[in-house]
Design a protein around this ligand. Structure first.
Ligand code: ADP
Ligand code: MG
Ligand code: ZN
Length: 193
């Protein structure tokens, strides 16, 4: 039987990794074999763990090329979990599709948009083939409403792909995002409006 693809997306701090961890717990409780992966580029916390902002963690296998995932599977593996999918090349979509075709449930989490509101291509592709897409929100760092869908970069250097946490990014709602962008200087590229 083919597996199901579930994708968890949203801005920074929206609980994507936490939700991924809660799906992992279901497979733990059911004593089912699974594998957890993350891209090599994401070295914010322990290299071989995925860690939520609230501090929960599980061991993960670090891969550079999505096709390396196949080297870490065996026939008993029932589910594959992948965090920070936006940092993988777009060939991740083919790998996710094959994993599901081979009967594994696949759970992916990642940013849907950069801080310039450009879609991350790999996330967009995986969303297209998913059975279920879960869009998460965060609490807006400016107005305090639970409606933040965007990540806003608070520092000026580093470019559009720039790994960081709360030292570089806040989650904001669209209205607060526009106000922040209007008032900022030119050290960060202005987004398309
Ligand atoms: P993500 O993977 O989407 O970045 P995490 O699952 O790692 O998110 O972290 C979510 C946790 O971050 C929340 O449970 C909360 O404790 C914390 N947090 C920090 N800032 C915010 C915010 N602005 N909105 C919501 N949660 C936040
Ligand atoms: Mg995360
Ligand atoms: Zn707001």
């Amino acid at each position: 039987m083919a597996g199901k693809i579930t994708v968890i997306v949203g801005p920074m701090f929206s609980g994507k990794t936490s939700e991924l961890l809660s799906f992992i717990e279901i497979y733990d409780l059911g004593k089912k074999a699974y594998r957890v992966f993350k891209p090599h580029i994401d070295v914010r916390y322990g290299i071989e763990e995925i860690v939520s902002h609230s501090g929960n963690r599980v061991n993960a296998i670090v891969v550079k090329d999505p096709y390396e995932i196949f080297n870490h599977l065996h026939p008993e593996v029932k589910a594959v979990f992948i965090d920070e999918i936006q940092f993988f090349p777009s060939t991740l979509m083919e790998v996710v599709r094959k994993l599901a075709d081979d009967g594994m449930d696949v759970f992916c989490a990642g940013l849907d948009m950069s801080y310039l509101r450009n879609p991350f291509q790999t996330t967009a592709l995986v969303m297209a083939i998913a059975n279920e897409v879960i869009k998460k929100k965060a609490v807006c760092h400016i107005c305090g409403e639970y409606n933040a869908t965007l990540s806003y970069k608070t520092v000026g250097d580093g470019g559009e792909i720039d790994i960081g946490g709360s030292e570089k990014y806040i989650a904001v709602c669209t209205d607060c995002y526009f106000k922040l962008m209007e008032s900022r200087d030119d050290t960060v590229t202005r987004p398309h409006k």
